[in-house]
Write a protein that binds this ligand. Structure first.
Ligand code: BG6
Length: 481
């Protein structure tokens, strides 16, 4: 826990991420009295903005229905400073502004905590970290410095290793909070309690009973002006190597010995280390084309001509351990698809015997978004004058079950964790290393061999090859719940 308040320094404050996610999350924490009153929020970026223009941007994404008094109270905590990312002078100025604000708020030694939040492009990332390190060195000894880092954490094993190596002397693992915002999502946070606090489900969570696991992320929009960034990374690095793999590690890990951050992350790393590097035969990639109404990926002016970048991918991961031997974990993600949906679909083995020939398999579905739900598909006697079972669902729809509950945004929950000093939902350095080891060889192969992605139309389910691809791994398309 932080003693006293904290100064949040948000680097990249004029960027999309800060405006759409970081500031609104800080606002909700403030509104719910979870931000210590003596906190201060300092936006820092290169753009020349005056204070009012900055506040206007901050308020823009906070929500129209919030009351003015709360918004005013929050914006009073915010200030903006424009400066360079690689210039000592700018950072000296930043230090002065922070110190002045600490004095004005009457912060004593031990209360001058600083949280450096880097919502920055990779090109300036290390420069800022070095400058923050100097600020941290010069700051009050009894107070804490924490650094929050947003992805991308490199592009492959090598670049990630390099980044980690350069950052290590600047901030310790204990001071570092690497955000994968999926770890702050309500349903993702529910995977551990679901698995480890129910005697009902634990015994079947293995290859004896489970046939396949699919983790799917669909987005109904394309790159829309973000093509410059996206093209350098592609869908696998953008969401699969991090968000979907994090979900997979929670689904597949063993029971940790405790609920502290290290115990949990130890188990996640352990299972990731059992995942074999992905082979090309277990991969399907796609790229969206225009549908008459919406432009194709290559029509985006920020995308280089003739790019082979994948905007869709399905990859099958195999875990080489006793629990999961032979069970395919199928990760699928795509932009410009037919709908917005993130879900985990655990498909069980066929019902043995022929007593009720032709009954459906069981399935557990955890929908992360939109509209959080867990449902278990099971067979039940068709009510009425028949004996035959029909497939139905035990359904826990959050909106219906937990009325009036406001599910916190992922960033809200994660920033609160940073304040509390809880690393459980942040990515440890060895997790990153293990994650890149799984994806790097196949990503390099795809790039070296210039493998062409399969085209799919904007607004569809993805490449038409997908259905056959998943069938190869024994997945049955059961009726949608
Ligand atoms: C980000 C990716 O990490 O996650 C984006 O860079 C993606 O491309 C986003 O759209 C999805 O996040 P969410 O919370 O909207 O599902």
């Amino acid at each position: 826990q932080l003693n006293g308040g904290a100064t949040f320094v948000i680097f990249g404050a004029s960027g999309d991420l800060a405006r759409k996610k970081t500031f609104p999350a800080l606002f909700r924490l403030y509104k719910n009295n979870l931000l210590p009153k003596s906190s201060s929020i300092l936006g820092y970026a290169r753009s020349h903005l005056d204070h009012d223009a900055f506040l206007e941007r901050v308020v823009e994404h906070i929500g129209k229905d919030e009351d003015k008094k709360t918004i005013d109270g929050f914006t009073k905590l915010c200030t903006y400073l424009s400066g360079q990312y690689d210039e000592d002078e700018s950072f000296k100025k930043l230090d002065q502004v922070i110190s002045k604000s600490e004095d004005e708020r009457g912060m004593k030694s031990g209360q001058k905590n600083r949280i450096f939040y880097m919502a920055l492009p990779p090109s300036v990332f290390l420069d800022v970290a070095k400058e923050c390190h100097k600020l941290a060195l010069a700051s009050d000894e009894k107070s804490v410095n924490r650094v929050v880092i947003e992805k991308p954490f490199g592009k492959d094993s090598e670049s990630c290793g390099e980044l980690l190596k350069n950052l290590r002397p600047l901030f310790s693992e204990n001071e570092t909070y690497r955000i994968d915002h999926y770890l702050g999502k309500e349903m993702v946070k529910n995977i551990m309690p679901y698995r480890f606090s129910n005697t009902l489900f634990s015994p079947v969570w293995n290859s004896t009973h489970i046939d396949s696991v699919q983790i799917t992320m669909k987005e109904p929009f394309g790159t829309e002006g973000r093509g410059g960034y996206f093209d350098e990374y592609g869908i696998v690095r953008d969401v699969m190597q991090n968000h979907l793999l994090q979900i997979m590690s929670l689904i597949a890990m063993e029971r940790p010995i405790g609920r502290d951050a290290e115990a949990i992350r130890d188990e996640k790393v352990k299972v990731l280390r059992c995942v074999k590097p992905i082979e090309l035969k277990d991969v399907l990639i796609g790229q969206y084309v225009g549908n008459g109404e919406n432009p194709g990926y290559l029509d985006d002016k920020t995308v280089p001509k003739g790019s082979l970048c994948a905007t869709y991918a399905a990859m099958v991961l195999w875990i080489d351990n006793e629990r999961w031997d032979g069970v395919p974990f199928i990760l699928k993600a795509g932009k410009a698809l037919d709908k917005a949906k993130v879900e985990v679909r655990v498909q069980y083995k066929k019902v043995p015997g022929s007593l009720y020939g032709g009954v459906s398999r069981n399935e557990t579905v955890m929908r992360v978004q939109p509209n959080e739900v867990i449902y278990n598909k099971f067979n039940n006697k068709t009510p009425g004058l028949t004996e035959h079972p029909m497939v139905t669902e035990m359904n826990l729809t959050y909106k219906e079950r937990f009325k009036n509950l406001q599910i916190p945004d992922a960033y809200e929950s994660l920033i609160l964790d940073v304040m509390r000093g809880d690393h459980s939902n942040f990515v440890r350095d060895d997790e990153l290393d293990a994650a890149w080891r799984i994806f790097t060889p196949v990503l390099h192969k795809i790039e070296q061999d210039r493998i062409k992605p399969e085209p799919y139309k904007y607004g569809t389910r993805g490449p038409e090859q997908e259905a056959r691809f998943v069938q190869r791994y024994g997945v049955e398309q059961l009726t949608e719940g």
